[in-house]
Design a protein around this ligand. Structure first.
Ligand code: SF4
Ligand code: SF4
Length: 352
């Protein structure tokens, strides 16, 4: 089975986004790689993908360049806040197949959560990559909060014409509790409904809008049997912390349930969800959504259920168009390859 390896290059970050808070302590996520990079050869196969992750991975270019030179992987991916993109030696971009740039939607929202001027810096980074002839994928990676208008923010990012795909994650469970349900039913779900309709309108004209939370679920419906959480955490996607521990999920750097091995001994166990997910009617499509949220439950049982209800409703919208989309594929209006979305290939989690 092909695996996705998040390689955490540093715990340091050059921003202090509201939902994340900036750098990790160096004692938890060292700011340089502390293990011998050659050891990665025993763990990462040539068929696997590597995603550079942080902190802000571009703060540790030395280890990044070393890994690119020493370790063979099918695809190299990077998740970056974009601020340092123009400082990276150009040869490095020739090895990177996919760049995920963090941007939350319109300028006002991005800057409110990530810092003043960040939106412009990210747009400049995407334009710069295109200008220097970067021909890999560029994905807009959004964090969606109570200030997000999902329809406005996603269509805004698509309209820029800079991103090959748009993906988002909900700011839930790993952040303090907010009035999620009220916002979700009043703003988010109606916005998703409009996005799903927009997606179908375009598909009928032969154009696939690469909105990952839509294409990813359609891929699950048509082409893939989900084996666990859609991001692959704990069974096909693992993170290697800069201290050498292997983790089931790249954000679980402090959680003991997430430690599954280390660079010397490899992956020693997989981590899965069980009840209530395995008995849930949506399990085949949802897969438990997020391993971290499943284990942490920091919003309590009612918070977990509130997110589940919203997830189920969003999945129902996609199921509702699936037969029409199937027909469009069958009749050749859209191509399977255009629609196919696999998170292992680009580090998107599929279900927000
Ligand atoms: S909707 Fe909730 S209970 Fe159902 S599979 Fe997803 S996370 Fe688990
Ligand atoms: S979706 Fe959840 S489990 Fe998967 S990588 Fe993100 S935080 Fe980890």
């Amino acid at each position: 089975m092909r695996r996705l390896w998040f390689i955490i290059l540093t715990g340091q970050c050059n921003l202090r986004c509201r939902y994340c808070g900036g750098s990790f302590p160096e004692s938890v996520v060292p700011y340089k790689v502390k293990y011998d990079i050659d050891q990665l050869r025993k763990i990462v196969h040539e068929r696997d993908n590597i995603c550079f992750y942080g902190g802000e991975p571009l703060l540790n270019l030395e280890d990044l360049a070393n890994i690119i030179m020493k370790i063979r992987a099918r695809r190299f991916i990077i998740q970056t806040n974009g601020i340092l993109v123009q400082n990276v030696p150009k040869w490095i971009w020739n090895f990177i197949d996919c760049v995920l740039l963090s941007i939350d939607g319109v300028e006002e929202i991005t800057d409110k959560y990530r810092g003043r001027g960040v939106y412009r810096r990210v747009i400049e980074a995407a334009r710069y990559l295109r200008k220097i002839g970067y021909n890999g994928e560029i994905i807009a990676r959004m964090t969606v909060t109570e200030d997000s208008d999902i329809y406005r923010d996603v269509t805004h990012l698509i309209s820029l014409g800079l991103f090959d795909k748009v993906h988002w994650q909900l700011n839930v469970i790993w952040y303090e509790r907010w009035e999620f349900e009220k916002w979700a039913w009043r703003s988010y779900l109606p916005g998703i409904k409009r996005l799903v309709k927009l997606f179908l309108d375009y598909a009928e004209r032969g154009i696939v809008l690469k909105i990952v939370p839509i294409t990813g679920v359609l891929t699950e419906i048509f082409f893939k049997d989900l084996k666990g959480v859609p991001c692959g955490a704990g069974y096909s996607a693992f993170a290697i912390n800069s201290d050498g521990r292997i983790l089931a999920c790249p954000i679980a750097v402090r959680e003991s349930w997430a430690v599954v091995g280390d660079v010397q001994s490899g992956v020693k166990k997989i981590v899965e969800v069980s009840e209530p997910c395995i008995s849930c009617s949506m399990f085949k499509l949802c897969g438990g959504r997020c391993l971290y949220a499943y284990y942490e439950r920091s919003w309590g049982e009612d918070g977990f259920s509130a997110v589940c209800e919203v997830t189920c409703e969003y999945l129902r919208y996609i199921v509702s168009i699936s037969e029409k989309v199937r027909e469009l594929i069958r009749s050749g209006v859209i191509k399977r390859e255009e629609l196919f979305q696999d998170g292992i290939e680009d580090s998107t989690e599929i279900i927000p």
